[in-house]
Design a protein around this ligand. Structure first.
Ligand code: UDX
Length: 432
């Protein structure tokens, strides 16, 4: 099929490359010229495992092209909208400027019978509004097909998703999407075909559920901290109940990234507009618990340094919101680093992929390419993103580098026994 993907960020660049990998003829469109130039040269503008390989092969074969001009999408049968819906300035609602602009920019180029497919995460009601706009300005139709990819696994999540959700107004739109996703469907991926509102809500409710699960275990971590209990053992024990499940029960510094925080806030804002604020009032609590965990790491650091924060060097391990990504949007790790710096510490942050993005946002921090350089002469080590290389740190080697062997394990991934045996004072999150 001939496909266009409007918006080539974390979502769109992966979607375009994956569609080409599946054999479709794809054009990726973005207003950012430098991003388009890099993608056209086969070089992703961000870190995502597996993406360079499929991007290079698809661009080399000619199945994937890029442009800054929406008119170049005119030939496509299917147009995916994959632009961002950030948190609006000064509020909680989603900013739909880019979605609206993408659709308006496409309308004059839509050929009769083509399908516009929304992938961006939007407030419920957006698809119905855009469907009217598309119908008024063209002979195309609109469908909503939310995306559930996780950064770090984006390529496999796109090629072999857990499920496909189609929000459609007619069967033809569903048939077109079946053709787009034929390989995943043949491999047994479940498909749910529903209306616009349900499709939009599936996405935000899935993210709300995941955020709630994380904040639930972090709330238990708070209780554990007051009782001497161990939240990791608690999570293992309740996680054995298949109805609960162990995944997304890792207590720590909490969730961040470009999706969960802004999506639960936008959901609250939308529910309030609908007069249903009370239905999701708990999401405010989920957000508050989550932000308290960042504060908890800062408080532990202040306590561990015992009034000496101004004269201390703190090694911060990790700046991205999670491992296997270079994304620092709403990163708990970076937030902690910035707060510690604000309290007067000398903060040296390190990360395998995120330094460039972190430096662009927070040039006031010091960055070290190598973990050893961050650790050297540190009075405190704070692990805030669980990259494999930090989980695997040899505590004896770390002890030889630091000035004071104290570690705060903001992700509960280090072995307290091993680190204590190497001479460290160990502080976990909700662990004695
Ligand atoms: C999320 C959803 O998982 C995905 O389905 C959706 O499409 C986009 O949002 P992503 O933002 O890539 O994906 O990251 P995810 O793996 O969900 O992690 C989100 C945050 O939660 C990270 O900061 C992570 O560190 C944190 N987290 C996750 C925890 O603190 N504890 C856990 O147990 C799991």
């Amino acid at each position: 099929m001939r496909i266009s993907v409007i918006g080539c960020g974390y979502l769109g660049a992966v979607h375009a490359s994956a569609m080409a990998e599946l054999g479709h003829d794809v054009i990726g469109i973005d207003v950012d010229e430098s991003k388009i130039a890099r993608l056209a040269a086969g070089a992703p503008p961000f870190y995502e495992p597996g993406l360079p390989e499929i991007l290079t092969s698809a661009t080399a074969s000619g199945r994937l092209r890029f442009s800054t001009d929406s008119a170049d999408a005119a030939d496509a049968d299917v147009h995916f909208i994959a632009v961002g819906t950030p948190q609006a300035q000064g509020g909680y609602a989603a900013d739909l400027t880019y979605v609206d602009a993408a659709v308006d920019g496409l309308i004059p180029h839509l050929k009769p019978g083509s399908l516009v497919v929304g992938k961006s995460t939007v407030p419920v009601g957006t698809a119905a509004r855009l469907a009217e706009r598309v119908a008024a300005g063209s002979e195309a139709t609109l469908a909503w097909n939310p995306e559930f990819l996780r950064e770090g696994f984006a390529v496999e999540d796109t090629i072999r998703p857990d499920r496909l959700v189609y929000g459609v107004a007619d069967q033809r739109a569903a048939d077109v999407l079946d053709e787009v996703y034929a390989q995943a469907l043949e491999a047994g991926t479940p498909r749910i075909t529903t209306d616009f509102a349900t499709a939009e809500l599936v996405k935000v409710s899935a993210n709300a559920f995941l955020a709630t699960k994380i904040s639930f275990i972090n709330a238990m971590a708070e209780i554990a901290e007051s009782t001497g209990a161990d939240v990791t053992a608690l999570a293992d024990a309740i996680g054995h109940d298949a109805r609960i499940g162990r995944r997304f029960l890792n207590a720590g510094v909490g969730f961040g990234g470009g999706c969960l925080p802004k999506d639960i806030r936008a959901f609250s804002a939308r529910a309030e507009e609908l007069g249903r604020g009370e239905s999701v009032a708990f999401l405010k609590e989920v957000d508050a618990i989550n932000l308290r965990r960042r504060q908890r790491v800062v408080d532990l650091a202040v306590e561990a340094l015992d009034g000496q924060i101004h004269t201390s060097k703190i090694a911060v391990l990790g700046v991205t919101f999670k491992p296997d990504s270079d994304d620092v949007r709403d990163s708990p790790a970076l937030d902690v680093a910035v707060q510690l710096k604000g309290l007067g510490a000398r903060v040296v942050a390190t990360d395998p992929q995120g330094i460039e993005n972190a430096r662009a946002r927070h040039p006031q921090l010091e960055y070290a390419e190598q973990a050893d350089d961050a650790l050297r002469d540190a009075d405190l080590v704070v692990l805030v993103t669980e990259w494999r290389e930090y989980r695997d740190l040899d505590p004896a080697a770390a002890a030889a580098l630091v000035t004071t062997p104290t570690v705060i394990d903001g992700r509960n991934v280090l072995s307290p026994e091993a680190w204590r045996a190497a001479g460290f004072t160990y502080h976990g999150m909700g662990r004695p």
